[in-house]
Design a protein around this ligand. Structure first.
Ligand code: GLY
Length: 345
């Protein structure tokens, strides 16, 4: 199964395939980039550049080491750099592929649910720098994305649930029927039922793909993909990396976005309740953290300062109706103090 997207002049072909076919027709000269966690998936006869596991791979020294690896491998522009792994490996590999020879062929093989439905598609590349996540990066869509859903059967539970929060977010952005499946079939979702997952991954790719086709460089509608993320990023930075997985923080942020939308008179109350119930059904922590309210607020301010813009939030009127808007700071404080739920009951 295959889909193609065009992101500002770049064509990305996504193929869903089996493990046995994952490496078919891959140029012999290609260089794979992966961390030790994905070693089991890699073909033995390919050249490999190994990066450290985890967020520390998204660093300037590791980018430099990877660029040196591409040079050592004598990679020409038409040969492929193949990032195999989660979001960290996808972001780092894509940045190196963009910089090396001013752009060589990039193939991504996402092995986590989060990377399948989000990080691998849409061309965002990046490393962390100066204490900020993804502050250095470019837009460089992969030529090919190869997805093997079987990989998800062995994904650690926490990693799986982290990706699931992005699936919920994407359904909220524009797929009522996926949202209903998530509501009605939690057992199949929890059991990682292949048919349910394949459909969910395709739906997310279609929704994200159509948004990024309209706005690769995030000057407009692409910001909708950040639903729940202003709160999530602030929580992650306050609680420290790893205390909450990205998806756990996103789920918490989605609950806050519903409350903020309610407090601002934007979000339909019944919809906000529906979202909260869904998040709770999947076991996410969605209660407010009033004891951390001030720190979270400060982290939001810091993030805003870095972007140099006014405080703007991605909110929803209802499923599929998303907007980016300024919100009175007093309402944000109210939500962070834990008073937001009163606004939609
Ligand atoms: N992960 C959000 C985006 O790709 O824009």
């Amino acid at each position: 199964m295959q889909r193609s997207f065009t992101f500002g002049g770049y064509e990305t072909t996504v193929t869903m395939t089996s493990r046995g076919r994952l490496w078919n027709a891959l140029d012999d000269r290609s260089l794979l980039v992966a961390d030790a966690n994905t070693a089991a998936y890699l073909p033995v006869d390919r050249r490999l550049h190994e990066v450290p596991a985890g967020e520390r791979a998204k660093s300037w020294p590791e980018l430099e080491r990877l660029l040196a690896g591409l040079l050592d491998a004598d990679l020409t522009r038409d040969a492929s750099v193949v990032g195999v792994g989660g979001g960290v490996v996808c972001d780092l590999t894509a940045l190196a592929a963009n910089l090396y020879l001013r752009g060589c062929r990039l193939v991504l093989v996402p092995t986590t649910l989060l990377a399948m439905v989000d990080a691998s598609l849409g061309g965002k590349t990046g490393i962390n720098f100066g204490g900020f996540k993804n502050i250095v990066g470019t837009f460089y869509p992969a030529s090919e994305i190869r997805i093997c859903p079987e990989t998800l059967t062995t994904l650690p539970e926490r990693e799986y649930r982290s990706g699931l929060a992005e699936v919920i977010k994407t359904a909220m952005l524009g797929d009522e029927s996926l949202f209903e499946t998530l509501e009605q079939e939690p057992e199949r979702v929890a059991a990682r039922d292949a048919a349910v997952l394949e459909r969910a991954v395709w739906s997310c790719l279609d929704i994200k793909g159509s948004i990024v086709e309209a706005d690769l460089t995030e000057t407009g509608v692409r910001a909708h993909l950040n639903l729940g993320h202003t709160f999530a990023h602030a929580l992650e930075s306050v609680e420290g990396l790893g205390a909450w997985s990205h998806g756990e923080a996103v789920a918490w942020g989605l609950a806050r976005a519903m409350e903020l939308g309610g407090a601002a008179g934007i979000t339909d109350g019944a919809y906000a309740r529906r979202v909260r119930e869904l998040l709770e059904r999947y076991g996410y922590r969605v209660g407010p953290l009033p004891e951390a309210a001030q720190q979270i607020r400060a982290a939001m301010q810091k993030d805003k300062k870095r972007r140099g813009d006014r405080p703007r939030f991605v909110l929803q009127r209802e499923l599929g109706s998303t907007l980016v808007t300024e919100v009175d700071s007093a309402l944000v404080d109210r939500v962070l103090r834990g008073e937001g739920r009163r606004d939609y009951g």
